[in-house]
Write a protein that binds this ligand. Structure first.
Ligand code: ARG
Length: 456
């Protein structure tokens, strides 16, 4: 495709350099945003008397048709164009002649691309927030059913204290509510229109940038034209929020993988979210969870790539910045792919409460409760802790658990032990008596569920 800027040059760009320079292969996905931005710009040019209103009407009507033709597939994007901005303008001029050439008055591709990316990211961010809310619903679906399902809670991946499966799942729920907050914060800061910054220094035309901003749903305009075209903080912030989403999905995936193993067997994954082995007939592999964990690396890479592209750039626009799009687009695509398969995998997984309980019964996870029992009898916590440690050592040496000790054996360690000790170390009691706010008791689970429901 002929270049808009070829007037200054005596020969064409080398073919391979042209391919290298072109961004149409990836920025073509912003055609809607580019056209909408151009329509708002044309309306402003006319309102300000910069171009005749009849010309603006022609431009806007034809842009509308181009958009419809692209949507319907009647018009294909010309992949030999330099980028989506050049394609739309060239197509417009092809259709309406010289009037089309007026569209680029008082703007530059530098502010245009900054605008298009913001518009695109705002939409995609809203879609991802909706997907995260879907995931929260699936977490609640499981949590509601497992408020009484006892499992071991871990620290250092060593059995630590009894918790409920609901409490564990709701911890992830809290993470995803914060992720939504982070995405929405990033969108708030990106919601200022850079259009009208022009190449970098503004323009001599009496533009009305606020009008364009309002038409496109922005909260206002960027206040410094150099910043308007050189800022990509909004990409970094959103990528960072996406990287955090992936980190949470990855931790969750890791647990799903562990829980689905024969060693744990806390859950059974639905057949539709597992795969078999080409050689081992017994295998049922948690590939989906593993891939989500693996794809986390990609999104971290996208964030690092973006930060690295930006780090040495002088103001204002540099062509390096064309690299912003592939990183952010890849991160969006990856997060969306993960959020398509991960939530139904969680909703359809089958928790196995008997196995969770069995695991909880073996690891002395009620030892803290035994120490608390003595403390409540008046023993200082440190002494109670020490006595309990001795009892645990005795149990290990005698191959038994706390529930299997006789009261006589308990009294050997401390005469204050009475029959009610067995009630105190009962796992269900241990869970229900963790009455502190945010603890693993049922009232807290109910409160967390209510909070997340309200959040959604
Ligand atoms: N395709 C370019 C990009 O994605 C558009 C901006 C081009 N501006 C320029 N001065 N060459 O960044």
């Amino acid at each position: 495709m002929a270049k808009m800027w070829e007037g200054r040059f005596s020969k064409a760009l080398d073919q391979q350099a042209d391919d290298f320079n072109s961004s149409i292969h990836f920025d073509c996905r912003m055609f809607r945003q580019d056209i909408k931005g151009s329509m708002a710009h044309a309306a402003m040019l006319s309102a300000q008397g910069i171009i005749p209103s009849a010309d603006a009407d022609t431009i806007i009507a034809e842009l509308e048709k181009i958009l419809a033709d692209l949507e319907s597939g009647k018009l294909a994007i010309d992949m030999t164009a330099e980028d989506i901005h050049m394609f739309v303008e060239a197509e417009l001029t092809k259709r309406i002649g010289d009037i089309g050439k007026k569209l680029h008055t008082a703007r530059s591709r530098n502010d245009q691309v900054a605008l298009d990316v913001r518009l695109y990211l705002k939409e995609e961010a809203a879609g991802i927030v909706a997907m995260l809310k879907g995931l929260l619903e699936d977490i609640l679906f499981q949590a509601e059913q497992h408020k009484n399902t006892i499992m071991p809670g871990y620290t250092h991946l060593q059995r630590a204290q009894p918790i409920t499966f609901a409490h564990h799942l709701l911890a992830y729920g809290m993470m995803f509510t914060r992720d939504i907050g982070r995405i929405e914060d990033a969108v708030k800061r990106m919601n200022y229109s850079p259009l009208g910054s022009c190449a970098l220094a503004g323009t001599t035309y009496p533009t009305n940038r606020e009008m364009v901003a309002a038409k496109l749903g922005f909260d206002g305009i960027t206040l410094n034209s150099i910043d308007g075209v050189s800022d990509r903080d909004f990409c970094v912030e959103l990528l960072s929020a996406f990287a955090t989403v992936m980190m949470h999905l990855s931790r969750f995936s890791e647990e799903v993988i562990l829980w689905a193993s024969w060693e744990f067997k806390f859950i059974e994954l639905d057949d539709s979210y597992t795969t078999g082995s080409s050689i081992m007939p017994q295998k049922k592999n948690p590939d989906i969870a593993e891939l989500v964990r693996g794809k986390t690396g990609r999104v971290y890479g996208d964030l690092m790539g973006m930060l690295t592209v930006l780090k040495g750039l002088p103001l204002a626009y540099n062509k390096d910045m064309q690299e912003d799009k592939e990183s952010i687009f890849d991160a969006i695509d990856t997060v969306k792919q993960c959020l398509t398969v991960f939530p139904p995998m969680i909703r359809t997984m089958k928790p196995l409460p008997e196995n969770m309980l069995r695991a909880a019964q073996k690891g002395f996870i009620n030892a803290t409760d035994l120490a608390d029992y003595l403390t409540k009898k008046g023993e200082p916590f440190r002494s109670a802790y020490k006595t309990t440690g001795q009892i645990v050592a005795y149990c290990i040496a005698n191959n038994k658990v706390l529930e299997e000790m006789t009261i006589a054996e308990y009294k050997e360690f401390d005469t204050q032990f009475e029959d009610d000790v067995f009630e105190a170390i009962d796992l269900r009691r241990c869970v229900e008596s963790r009455i502190s706010a945010g603890g693993t008791n049922q009232a807290s689970a109910d409160e967390q569920i209510k909070y997340i429901q309200k959040f959604i």
